[in-house]
Design a protein around this ligand. Structure first.
Ligand code: FDA
Length: 406
């Protein structure tokens, strides 16, 4: 007879580890499987090695989904404050960096250790590296083929994450399994990802690689939010936190909407300088507002004389300069793809999942949690908060089955 568990969790990343620990501590027998030699590789590399493990202000407005209300229940029942309390119980020192983003002071390994201790406290059986094969419905549960032999379980939790960074173990296992069981999948696309441009279109800007500045940026159809973050020029296009945020809303063919002045009233300032008879050259004046290389490149590309004193500018040139910077609408040709994306937008369609338990409405006992689900967070700790919240909702809802009854 194959071994029998109350639940098999497939994928020992952020969501799978957290869910397994919660269910184990409730007294369920849990088997946690991962095909990678190491658990939680994305936690390890996250936040530049310090894991931005949540965001103090995380709420439903910080997530994208075809079904925007779906995440509300899980996020409300397991909040950022709950995970912060857990981090404090494990005595992990942390700090707030920017806009509610919480990072470990020392290393993301501390979050992995927290997750493993929670699993140990729940008596979770872990197997990795252990390839997972077919998942078949059986009389009162499921049979799962694994490299270590078949197992049986009353419930299966799919926590195999999204498609970004295949080099550290990302696969489409969860999406394929969902489709095989009749679930719709919202077309996956790279998100929180640098945007690229045709080489010819980008040639005038390629020399600006490394230049960064604060901007207001928006992409996608309204009511997509405007982000107030930094933009970074790269050799192939645009990156930086503002562009990563906007990329999640961007669709192929659309232009970006960028205010390179970040709200600064440049036209008013230049008109006031002109009225005061300012002899300062336009190039030098603009370099007070923008990084110097960008200021020089912009004036050259727009036929404006960098050496002209501000007092001699025509009002219409001032207006043209300020308006051009305020409404820059470059049109990306693509993204840097799965290699560079931080997260997957799209995934298992939530309209056939319970928002209370993350259980399939089609296949009782089958659950999907974490990034494999069509819920995508903004940059800034929101994706881990979704991993914790969806894992908690599922881990608390899994049922103890009489093993003998299977
Ligand atoms: P996760 O990817 O963590 O785990 C999935 C697990 O399933 C992996 O262990 C994988 O090996 C396993 N698996 C996959 N296919 C399998 C198969 N066929 N069989 C068996 N096992 C399989 N978010 C955030 O909030 N703050 C941050 O600081 C960062 N930083 C960051 C940096 C980088 C570079 C990336 C790529 C991503 C981030 N993220 C982030 C996003 C965050 O890492 C991500 O959203 C969560 O890890 C998702 O958790 P999951 O458990 O759903 O998937």
């Amino acid at each position: 007879m194959p071994p029998v568990f109350d639940a098999v969790v497939i994928g020992a990343g952020a969501a799978g580890l957290f869910c397994a620990g919660i269910a184990g501590q409730r007294g369920l027998t849990v088997l946690l499987l991962d095909h990678s030699p190491k658990v939680a590789e994305k936690v390890r590399i996250s936040g530049g090695g310090r894991c931005n493990f949540t965001n103090r202000d995380a709420g439903p407005a910080h997530f994208l989904s075809e079904n925007p209300r779906f995440a509300r229940s899980a996020l409300a029942r397991y909040s950022a404050a709950d995970f912060i309390a857990l981090v404090q119980r494990h005595r992990i020192p942390f700090h707030e960096k920017h806009k509610g983003q919480l990072f470990c002071d020392d290393s993301s390994q501390q979050v992995i250790d927290l997750l493993l201790r929670e699993c140990d406290a729940g008596g979770v059986v872990r197997r990795q590296p252990c390839a997972v094969g077919e998942v078949r419905p059986s009389d009162r549960g499921f049979e799962v083929d694994t490299a270590a032999g078949p197992v049986r379980a009353a419930q299966v939790v799919v926590a195999t994450g999204g498609l970004p960074v295949p080099a550290i173990g990302a696969t489409d296992f969860g999406l394929r399994l969902a489709r095989r069981f009749g679930h719709a999948v919202v077309e996956p696309r790279p998100a929180l990802v640098p945007l690229t441009f045709d080489a010819a279109a980008w040639a005038p800007f390629a020399g600006l690689a490394g230049v960064a500045l604060p901007v207001h940026i928006r992409a996608g159809d309204r009511p997509a939010p405007t982000f107030d973050e930094d933009l970074l020029f790269t050799h192939r296009g645009l990156s930086g936190p503002g562009v990563l945020q906007a990329s999640s809303h961007w669709r192929a063919g659309q232009p970006l909407d960028i205010d390179l002045l970040a709200g600064r009233p440049l036209a008013d300032e230049l008109l006031a300088d002109k009225a005061a008879g300012a002899r300062r050259q336009l190039g030098n004046r603009l370099a007070q507002v923008l990084p110097q290389r960008l200021a020089e490149q912009w004036l050259a590309a727009h036929d404006l004389e960098a050496h002209k004193p501000v007092a001699e500018l025509r009002d219409r040139d001032i207006a043209r300069l300020a308006e051009g910077l305020r409404r820059w609408q470059p049109r990306p040709s693509g993204t840097e793809g799965w290699k560079k994306a931080e997260v997957m937008a799209g995934g298992v369609d939530t309209r056939e999942l319970s928002s209370q338990s993350l259980e399939s409405r089609r296949v009782p006992g089958l659950h999907f949690i974490g990034e494999v689900v069509d819920v995508t967070g903004w940059l800034g700790g929101y994706n881990f908060q979704w991993a914790w919240a969806s894992a908690a909702a599922c881990g608390r809802a899994l049922r103890t089955y009489s093993v003998a009854g299977l």
